[in-house]
Write a protein that binds this ligand. Sequence first.
Ligand code: ATP
Ligand code: LTN
Length: 329
Amino acid sequence: MRIFSGIQPTGAKHLGNYIGAIREYVAYQERGDAFICVVDLHSITVGHDPRELRDSTVSVAALLFAAGLDPERSTVFVQSHVPAHAEAAWLLGSVTSFGELRRMTQFKEKAERQEFVAVGLFTYPVLQAADILLYDTDVVPVGEDQRQHIELTRDVAERFNSRYGETFVVPRVEVPEIGAKIMDLQEPTKKMSTTGGTEQGTVLMLDPPDVLRKKLKSAVTDSGREVVRGPGKEGIANLIEVLSVATGDKPDAIEARYADGGYGDFKADVADAVVELLRPIQERYQELRGDPAELERLLVRGAERARAVSAPVLERMVDRMGFVRRPSG
Ligand code: ATP
Ligand code: LTN
């Protein structure tokens, strides 16, 4: 089984990214062949700072290895190192309609926050479809917010296959059962996000323990004292999911354990669990960042493997679409 997912090198990665996505990539490598791409070409679609892009690309790659992606089993690579992505995106642009892209909620939300709305922000999902389809991907693990983009990818793949003949594997989306949408701790009706959330409500994977504790203990809850999920209890429900993922205990068991013990002890336990969850990742991250030559070596190897797998798929696209065969070399 081939899995593929992408993560942007923008903003610091947060607990939602870890629980909804990164943790899943790591789990999937037990079941199949994982390709995880740091999507730098996507990250330039909203105004970016060139001085930061290089560092954040390497930082996110280091975080992926630190979180448990094993370079022997999985392929972690940088999107711009494999030019086939941009090329395939151009080709798929003719198999995707304006109307389809106009309906994408991520575009609508992000465009609203921009003064300058780049064409690249509009065609972002086409590049995402290219990422996925170039690897004959079976499963795309993502958080809930990406479901619509994967549905579009499926539609584009099916349309291409019916216009030009069987070319692509049609991938399926998988979102985790628990933690597919971690909420902002201060505004628990909005997803946790570095671009659209609150600073205090966004737990960063690299926040030091005292900051983690402070953010989690000051999470907005409700005026009750029952640790249960339910209407009006988004804040508590969110913390139950976080604790469930951090400890491996089922949400029902957590509700039973804290019953009506009040929020204080519960929040303190969530804070401790998150600190322990992130501690080993933070330690490995620091070690990796201390060895830039090794990181570079890992990314060179990742790019080589990604090129080898995607090249024949791009060939297939070019061929089916009727382009004159390319001179070799
Ligand atoms: P942000 O909202 O912070 O800008 P993002 O969603 O735009 O992040 P990425 O960092 O590329 O961009 O996301 C990587 C993965 O994390 C995606 O699969 C996405 O679905 C998932 N993800 C993002 N936010 C959350 C969240 N709050 N809960 C669960 N999963 C999330
Ligand atoms: N759009 C995604 C990032 C992304 C991705 C992908 C996810 C780019 N290419 C391919 C899965 C598969 C996001 O904003 N999180």
